[in-house]
Write a protein that binds this ligand. Structure first.
Ligand SMILES: Nc1ncnc2c1ncn2[C@@H]1O[C@H](COP(=O)(O)OP(=O)(O)OP(=O)(O)O)[C@@H](O)[C@H]1O
Ligand SMILES: [Mg+2]
Length: 484
């Protein structure tokens, strides 16, 4: 693994050096060939196991934990930082570099009262969802591997410690900017240095001056809008959209109590610690904007307020346009990028009526949409219609839908496009839970199958079809606590 250390070398004062606390008796639980290829690695080997479990130091690498703060559940937390994630540097891959971080590698100067560890259950979930989102083409950090151990870690019960090896194009969060903005000391210079670093590393098309800063922030707004449009289109609830979990590049980041919707439900809450539903599924678009407003505030030392506001105003149109394109692809009608506002409203209504039907009739979001690959838009719709209990309501919607799609000349191609846009498989919480329990009892086959399944979510994989079934009652809408 070839590393560079740009963050470490250029941003002294934005991190503290720290070494991992070795994980005893480490072993591989999961490994991603696809993620490995991103940094020019191929196979897991013993040397990497020793390095990633903190038992051996990577020569010439300076290890560090970054400092940041953030708004958590609406309130400002002035001092956060990597409390359980240690970064080794930026690994050079064939198409760019990736931060390599060990999540769960022991205490750091930012651990506060935490133990710096992650439990197997949560490390595995982070791995699987990273692979699943990537396969759905949703921008995300990646997971290279999960390393298991016998280390006892106390949460609500006694669990076993593990490390997720995370690859991120950047670990810089909205909260990094907030930390230096609210920190008062040399506020402008500190925020500017960080912005310059982000621009030079990730947005080389922009200059480090006021025009460049404005263009850069506008791009952060649209990248965030696009990411959230993807979450909404695929039914992904993140669960902890604090500003310290928002990546400056618009990659999905920090996977705790997340869940994909089983039954379609706007007010679905996946986080046990969020009884009021601040981060409920249907709130995500609004929270994305709220978080960008926090970031904008932190950028006031270097970007004029009018420019920040102008960029923020692009959030909603960008999100709506991207959402419509994704949903158009899922349902089967083309959405051009220069639709009039009326056309957009009509499409939003058509989609909204459909999701409302799903919600009223308690239908599985993923499975119902998958049926679009088996119907004829101007003919036989039985496979889809049969999912609905109130077929009368469905028939009313279908008329509008069929009109919107119009005549389809090549039905087979239309169906194939639907199957490429509507996954058969998503990560269902109860399946991750079952496979993890099995792995903790020494049998990794369940995890490996789930991994295989999620890497190819659009393929039929008939031998694994039972994974696409609606969850059993105990597993429906299973929600997680924050203790990870
Ligand atoms: N077990 C722990 N020990 C020490 N610090 C922790 C622990 N769990 C969470 N934290 C810290 O609490 C804050 C909020 O945690 P959060 O769950 O958002 O992040 P995380 O999952 O630990 O990490 P990341 O955001 O890097 O994916 C962060 O500063 C995080 O480092
Ligand atoms: Mg976090």
């Amino acid at each position: 693994m070839k590393l560079k250390q740009d963050f470490f070398e250029q941003l002294t004062g934005y991190y503290q050096q720290v070494m991992p606390t070795p994980l005893p008796s480490p072993h591989w639980l999961l490994w991603s060939d696809d993620a490995a290829a991103l940094i020019g690695e191929s196979q897991p080997n013993d040397e990497l196991l020793q390095v990633f479990s903190g038992n051996q130091r990577l020569p010439q690498a300076q290890y560090y934990a970054q400092v940041y703060s953030g708004h958590q559940f609406g309130g400002y937390s002035p001092q956060l930082g990597d409390g359980r994630s240690i970064i080794l540097g930026e690994a050079l891959g064939p198409q760019g570099s990736w931060d390599v971080a060990l999540k769960g590698a022991g205490p750091t100067p930012y651990s506060r009262h935490g133990d710096g560890r992650a439990v197997t259950r949560s490390a595995v979930r982070e791995f699987l969802i990273s692979e699943a989102l990537a396969a759905l083409h949703i921008p995300t950090t990646r997971a290279l591997a999960v390393i298991g151990s016998e280390l006892p870690v106390w949460r609500e019960t006694l669990e076993k410690g593990a490390i997720t090896v995370r690859l991120a194009r950047s670990h810089i969060r909205f909260g990094h900017f907030e930390y230096f903005y609210y920190g008062n000391e040399q506020r402008e210079e500190k925020v500017r240095r960080l912005a310059d670093f982000v621009i030079q590393q990730h947005f080389p098309q922009f200059s480090c001056d006021s025009a460049g800063y404005k263009a850069w922030f506008t791009e952060v707004v649209s990248a965030t809008a696009r990411m959230i449009a993807q979450w909404q289109a695929y039914g992904f609830a993140h669960g902890v959209m604090n500003t310290d979990n928002m990546s400056i590049l618009g990659d999905s980041f920090d996977f705790g109590p997340f869940a994909f919707l089983d039954t379609y439900q706007e007010d679905f809450i996946c986080n046990h610690s969020d009884p009021e539903g601040r981060y409920a599924f249907g709130q995500q678009p609004g929270i994305g904007l709220w978080n960008l407003q926090c970031l904008a505030q932190a950028l006031t030392p270097i970007i004029a307020s009018d420019d920040l506001l102008a960029a923020l105003r692009q959030y909603q149109p960008a999100l709506v346009q991207h959402y419509l394109q994704l949903m158009g692809a899922r349902l089967g009608f083309p959405v051009s990028s220069n639709q009039s506002e009326t056309e957009q409203q009509q499409d939003l209504q058509l989609i909204g009526e459909f999701t409302q039907l799903l919600e009223q009739q308690k239908l599985d979001y993923t499975n119902t949409l998958r049926q679009f690959g088996a119907i004829t838009p101007d003919g036989d719709n039985a496979r889809l219609r049969d999912e609905f209990v109130d077929t009368h309501a469905f028939d009313g919607w279908w008329q509008h839908f069929a009109k919107r799609v119009g005549k389809t000349d090549d039905v087979a191609a239309w169906q194939q496009s639907r199957r490429m846009a509507n996954p058969k498989y998503i990560l269902r919480n109860y399946q991750a839970q079952q496979a993890t329990e099995q792995a903790l009892n020494g049998d990794l086959s369940g995890l490996q199958t789930l991994h295989q399944l999620l890497k190819n979510p659009f393929d039929e994989q008939p031998e694994l079809a039972h994974y696409a079934a609606r969850p059993p009652q105990w597993g429906e809408g299973l929600i997680m606590s924050c203790s990870s």
